[in-house]
Design a protein around this ligand. Sequence first.
Ligand code: AQP
Length: 344
Amino acid sequence: MTDQAPAPYQGPQRVLSGVQPTGDLHLGNYLGALVKFARLQHEIPTFIFVADQHAITEWQDPARLKDQVREITAAYLATGLDPKVATIFAQSAVPEHTELAWVFDCVARVGWLDRMTQFKDKAGKHKERASVGLYAYPVLQAADILLYKATAVPVGEDQRQHLELTRDIAAKFNHDFEVPGFFPLPDALTQGPGARVMSLRDGQAKMSKSDPSDYSRINLADDADAIAQKVRKARTDAEPLPEKLDDLAARPEALNLVSIYAALAGRTAQEVLSEFAGQGFGAFKPKLADLAVSVMGPIGGEMRRLLADPAEIDRILGDGAARARALAAPTMAEVRKIVGFWNS
Ligand code: AQP
């Protein structure tokens, strides 16, 4: 932590975010992140990458990794990112990410990383056996963001703590090297009813790619039958839906389904309750399934269509990498000078 007041960054506003190619994308990734990417691209210059370097913090099959990158890219395109508007690229295609991460490794403090709850969750009981990369992951994330001097980062609620760390790293770099305002202190854009989508099997656990149960999540690639079946089997309770949102506080599974409905319909959870109050899940679930199929079904179909032409996906990623490097290279050149490196 530093006691410096927020630095007066004067540069342009930019959006940056990314997703790891570590498995099938799900409704939580869609509502917490992807849906915002597509909206923001029309408001602010937007950079969206596929985080293949983050992915290898846990073992990935080398023979599959490139295809996994293509699958995430297809999901970006199928959910509305336009490669002519947004810059879409693979993290490993821009080597400046890891170069800046090393500088930030030397700015961030061990005590800051020790507080990161996602490392504790992912490493579990066997923290000594986790990779150093998993521990340092939030520092690479800070480099991803600050390399482009991004000012806004659309992410799910689970990433808020990492964004705080990015702000601390930016502030300490600006302070220690006496370059006030060099890096912005970016904001996490976590607002919205889809900021924390919970598992369909457990209303206390986040919907997650790594949950062993496929019934815990709706995948972007699921077809209509799979989506409807997962909604039907989602865990709920026997009570009817109440009139007021506060009355769902002790019913996490019910709250989750109402929040998902609200996010997919572009309404508030209270508006959804006003429509369904007094009805049980026997009536609510088919409506939710229909809504989920109407929103998600076409996305899966479009992903399959895009993935049938991998050369076009590779062309989009190549073009995006060139545009990303055009911005990353001058920032990194400035950082080398600021730090006093031999190669500056
Ligand atoms: N359940 C969720 N609700 C809302 N947003 C979510 N995100 C993830 N889960 C939810 C957001 O999706 C973006 C991409 O996430 P990621 O794949 O880079 O990393 P993650 O958070 O580790 O995703 P998962 O699905 O939970 O994967 P595993 O199981 O590997 O940990 C981020 O913006 C994230 O906030």
